[in-house]
Structures are given as structure tokens and as C-alpha cells.
Design a binder for this molecule. Structure first.
Ligand code: UTP
Length: 295
């Protein structure tokens, strides 16, 4: 039996981005650029590569620019045409979802990631869906969601991408217990949000990509506030685990937590060094800056 296709992806973008103030006072964190593409564009590209057909954005106040980003900009297109900037024009058009492929709904208050996901319940309906946190950026080929879809097609279960983390940092993350199976597809036995030192079931953390069955919505709806006074997705997943299986995928690739300043700056360096058009000049500047940097 083939499991139902994962057609829809949910992108929660309603958070306040307090770790990036003042940059995020009027501009969404998800629009911060890594080199010249906003974080949300990388997440949408990853979803497209994995075969996603509909993109649901959970937005909030000050987030309207995300909707504009995925719309056509006729004045800009005309100007690029007149100036024969064909490459830039083609790139803009390639980045656009097809008309009708996007939906936007508002999380009126940032009550937590779980609550943001719950806001997508009517738009997703009764089918499995992908959940991508756009501030987690990955350098991987194939993309992380595509690696997860491969596992989903074999198991038909809920799927979570995981990565290794240093033991002393585990208490800041959701940590999973590892059962049988290879890195590409193993059984998850437990899930603990922000475990106390010594209580972590492994060194594998949940890294911002999920494939979830629609039964999660009902569980989130009945969920009270958890860590940080927010409605947490991990709490609802723990409840779902009592009824359904979860598969872990230790993905191939590297992650950058672009919700943190160091992660975001590192992502910019790594992605810039990988760009043929600027890497040489940038490396020279970077080496000079490193030599002159005072510790
Ligand atoms: P984060 O916790 O990293 O984002 O949530 P944040 O709360 O905006 O950031 P800080 O900690 O204040 O700096 C991960 C993703 O979930 C979304 C965020 O927009 C981000 O993309 N999110 C978070 C929501 O959509 N709603 C929420 O209530 C919380």
C-alpha cells in the first residue's frame, strides 16, 4: 500500500524574531537574506524539490511582505525587460509559485509553534503535510525534505528530521530516542522537549522539518501551554506517538540555525563561498578580515 502523497507544506512565519531585534522590528525574520535569497525562499525551494504542490504560510502582523515576495511585481519585471536583464528576470519568474498554489492565514497572536501549525488545520484538511521552519536552513543534496519523503514513502508514518548535537547543548532542543533502523529511516521511541541534563534519550535533536499526519491538529487543539508558556508542537507529537509511529531521518547535510546570529552569519559565509559569482572576491575579503580581527 502506498501512503497518501504529501502535497501540502506549512511554513509558520508568525514569530516575533526577538533574537534579531532591531532588524526584525518591521521586517520578518524569514525575509533575512542569506547572500541574496530570503530564508523563506530557501524553504519553499526545498519543498518544491520534494514535490510539494501547495504552500501554506502562517503569517501575522508585519508579515505582509512575505505574501508580496511570492507575487509578481510588474513594474520591476518591465524595468528588467527594458534593461535586458534577462537572467535576473528569469530567476524571479522561476522563484514564483504557480497562481493558486499558495494560501496565507494569520496567527493573530504568537502563542507558539504548535498553535501556528494548528492555524493551518482547515487549509490542510485530512491529509499528511510537511512542516518546515524557515529559520532552519540546510545545505544538502538532495534537500532534507526530499530525504524525508523517501522514508515516508516506505513507512507511511510521521517523519522527523534529526541531527547530532553536543551533549551539553541538548537541553535547549527537542530530543528523540532512537530505536531500530538505519540513519535514513529509524524508529523513534521517545521525544523529550528540552530535557534536563542527563535525561536526554540520545544526542539526536529535532531539526525543524516534519511530515505529520492530520490527527496532530486535534491533539494540538486540546494542548495546553508548555515550555516557555507557548503551545509546543513536541507536546502534541508525544501524544500522537501513543497512537501512531514516528520515523527518524538522520539527514545527510549540514544545518544552520538562522534564528541565531551566529548560525545566520555562518550560513551567509558558507553559502557565499559556494557561489561562483562572488566566492573568489569574498574569500579574499574574509581572509583579510580574519587576519585583522582582534580576539
Ligand atoms: P522561533 O521560536 O525560532 O521563532 O520559531 P521566533 O519566536 O520568531 O524567534 P525568537 O526566539 O523570538 O527570536 C520557529 C518558527 O516558528 C514561527 C517563527 O516565525 C519561526 O519561523 N513561529 C513561532 C510562529 O509562526 N508562531 C509562533 O507563535 C512562534
Amino acid at each position: 500500500m502506498n501512503p497518501a502523497k504529501v502535497r501540502v507544506a506549512v511554513f509558520p512565519v508568525a514569530g516575533l524574531g526577538t533574537r534579531f531585534l532591531p532588524a526584525t522590528k518591521a521586517m520578518p525574520k524569514e525575509m533575512l537574506p542569506v547572500v541574496d535569497r530570503p530564508l523563506i525562499q530557501y524553504a519553499v525551494d526545498e519543498a518544491k524539490e520534494a514535490g510539494i504542490e501547495h504552500f501554506v504560510f502562517i503569517t501575522g502582523r508585519n508579515k505582509g511582505v512575505i505574501e508580496d515576495h511570492f507575487d509578481r511585481q510588474f513594474e520591476l519585471e518591465e524595468t528588467l525587460k527594458k534593461r535586458n536583464k534577462t537572467a535576473a528576470l528569469n530567476e524571479l519568474q522561476a522563484d514564483l509559485p504557480v497562481a493558486g498554489q499558495t494560501s496565507f492565514t494569520r496567527q493573530q497572536e504568537p502563542l507558539g509553534l504548535g498553535h501556528a501549525v494548528w492555524c493551518a488545520r482547515d487549509l490542510v484538511g485530512n491529509e499528511p503535510f510537511a512542516l518546515l521552519l524557515p529559520d532552519m536552513l540546510f545545505k544538502s543534496s538532495p534537500g532534507v525534505l526530499k530525504q524525508m519523503i523517501a522514508a515516508y514513502e516506505k513507512t507511511g508514518k510521521n517523519v522527523i528530521a534529526v541531527e547530532e548535537m553536543a551533549t551539553d547543548a541538548l537541553s535547549s532542543y527537542g530530543v528523540v530516542g532512537r530505536g531500530d533502523g538505519p540513519d535514513s529511516m529509524f524508529e523513534i521511541t521517545r521525544m523529550v522537549e528540552k530535557p534536563a541534563p542527563g535525561d536526554a534519550p540520545s544526542n539526536l535533536i529535532i531539526s525543524g522539518r516534519y511530515i505529520l499526519q492530520p490527527e496532530i491538529f486535534d491533539l494540538i487543539g486540546r494542548q495546553s501551554k508548555g515550555a516557555g508558556g507557548e503551545i509546543q508542537i513536541t507536546d502534541a507529537m508525544q501524544k500522537l506517538m501513543q497512537k501512531q509511529g514516528f520515523t527518524g531521518v538522520k539527514y545527510q547535510g549540514r544545518s544552520f540555525d538562522c534564528g541565531s546570529k551566529v548560525g545566520f552569519l555562518t550560513a551567509n559565509i558558507v553559502f557565499a563561498l559556494d557561489r561562483k559569482d562572488i566566492s573568489r572576491d569574498f574569500l579574499t575579503e574574509l581572509q583579510n578580515a580574519a587576519i585583522n580581527a582582534k580576539q
